[in-house]
Design a protein around this ligand. Structure first.
Ligand SMILES: Nc1ncnc2c1ncn2[C@@H]1O[C@H](COP(=O)(O)OP(=O)(O)OP(=O)(O)O)[C@@H](O)[C@H]1O
Ligand SMILES: [Mg+2]
Length: 460
């Protein structure tokens, strides 16, 4: 993490700097706001700005916004002077850090403000294949195109490749091409000279130069207009860029990773994306499967997020109940990993008791995931149970799974829906009670949770 500290380095801020460096932050220092802005324009870059409350925080926040430098600001000052803390937050600081510095607090601020937990969690075979391809090409200089539905982890993958590359200790810079207005994207990427256009108050180095030696992630590349596509192509081919209003090209050494959740080949056909640029970017294509295509990752990720959000919220860790796990597996997850992550975050906050129960698994509007619709609620209970068990399995997809695997899910889901009643479940499944009992004993011995009579079922 790159930390920019503004203020005198004597005394307590100096001590805070040392703690941050011990925690692995790369620290640059500016004595005042002007010097800080000059260093940011010059391409030093920062993930977090720590500013003495004695400086004019509001002016700093305005200056950053005016030049579209989106770096969070944390104010720091001696003691817990409530007045200056409140003023700093009002002025736009994200946090207030009291001095003398508490190492734990600094570590917490560093990790909370600039979330560095870009850990890649995976277990499913479908993901193993993508990861081994990523591992294979990470060390090369090849441009990589990462595609996949929204929320499948394209940015997580880009950071993973950077970490595994020879450029790991150089900057990883990401630019969201869809989020920046078209007329500003050029200067954002390539920088500008003083006076290049109205508002260009000083020379500003662009993301290409800021990322020099490292990796540049061009997020949602399909949103780039034709003129910029041409300029990007030149930058990749010639390894040099032209600042807006600049007179001579600047050499850059960049590894490009691009992402898109649109089909770029299709965009080429429609004439909105340059074919030669696509070939340049798409030396290697990593397609991230949707979460629905990697059912084993659902649980691996859900467990990971249950830990992560318990810790982040200072809540006790609660494991997912086994009925909850089965409910999660059967949900369609249209928003992919992001939707799962938000759902588990909510569940961690809603959960009571020793485990995360299915009731805590809610949609954003508060309704319970898996709650039956009205057609279903009019069905006789055994029919409804069978339909639900079968549909839970259907949504999971059958291809690629073994018969034993599917059979186990069908039996356990049906038993769940019958509140653990063996006789009902055997009737619905069309097998004898003896066969059912034998199967259940097998599952119990394999360490699976088998619903006991009267036990609450997964979905309503
Ligand atoms: N394999 C993974 N392990 C852990 N967390 C993940 C993984 N994949 C995605 N996430 C988490 O899910 C969220 C979405 O991931 P990310 O932003 O990388 O997706 P994306 O494909 O870039 O989404 P979008 O298309 O909306 O830009 C993030 O919070 C990320 O941390
Ligand atoms: Mg993204």
């Amino acid at each position: 993490m790159r930390l920019l500290i503004i203020g005198g380095l004597q005394g307590q801020i100096g001590a805070a700097t040392k703690i941050a460096m011990d925690r692995g932050a790369k620290v640059t220092h500016a004595t005042d706001i002007e010097q800080a802005m000059a260093s940011l324009r010059g391409g030093v870059g920062a993930d977090l700005v720590l500013c003495d409350v004695k400086c004019d925080i509001a002016q700093l926040v305005r200056a950053l916004a005016a030049e579209r430098i989106c770096t969070p600001v944390v104010a720091c000052g001696i003691g817990t002077d409530a007045r200056s803390a409140v003023d700093a937050i009002r002025a736009g600081a994200k946090e207030y850090l009291p001095l003398p510095p508490d190492p734990e607090l600094i570590a917490a601020v560093l990790s909370a403000v600039a979330d560095e937990s870009h850990q890649m969690v995976y277990e499913d075979e479908a993901m193993n294949a993508v990861i081994s391809l990523a591992d294979q090409v990470a060390g090369s200089e090849a441009s990589i195109l990462i595609t996949g539905e929204s929320g499948t982890g394209k940015e997580v993958m880009a950071r993973y490749i950077h970490r595994k590359s020879a450029r790991a200790d150089k900057p990883f810079i990401s630019v969201n091409c869809a989020a920046i207005p078209e007329n500003l994207l050029e200067s954002e990427l390539f920088g500008h000279e003083k006076g290049a256009f109205t508002g260009a108050i000083a020379r500003r180095v662009g993301k290409f130069e800021e990322a020099n030696g490292g990796t540049l992630l061009l997020d949602e590349i399909s949103e780039m207009d034709a003129r910029l596509q041409a300029k990007l192509l030149r930058a990749i081919q010639e390894r040099e860029i032209d600042r807006v209003g600049g007179t001579k090209p600047v050499k850059v050494d960049i590894r490009i990773i691009a992402t898109s959740n649109r089909d770029l080949a299709d965009a080429v056909k429609r004439g909105t994306f340059r074919e030669d640029l696509l070939y340049r970017l798409n030396v290697v294509n990593l397609r991230l499967p949707s979460l629905r295509e990697r059912p084993k990752d659902i649980l691996a990720l859900a467990r990971h997020f249950a830990h992560k959000y318990a810790e982040a919220n200072g809540a006790p860790f609660r494991p997912l109940a086994s009925v909850t796990e089965r409910l999660l597996i059967s949900h369609p997850w249209k928003g992919n990993v992001r939707e799962l992550e938000n759902t588990i975050h909510r569940a961690v906050l809603l959960a009571q008791g020793p485990e995360i129960a299915p009731e805590a698994i809610r949609l954003p509007d508060g309704t319970q995931v898996g709650a039956g619709n009205s057609v279903m609620s009019n069905m006789p209970a055994p029919v409804k149970a069978a339909v639900e068990a079968a549909s839970a399995i259907a949504t999971r997809g059958l291809v690629g799974r073994t018969v034993a695997d599917v059979e186990r899910d069908l039996i356990l889901d049906t038993l769940d829906h019958c509140l653990g009643n063996r006789t009902h479940a055997a009737n619905i499944l069309g097998i004898s009670i003896r066969t059912l009992r034998n199967k259940l004993r097998e599952y119990g011995q394999a360490g699976l949770a088998v619903p006991q009579p009267g036990e609450a079922r997964a979905a309503g």
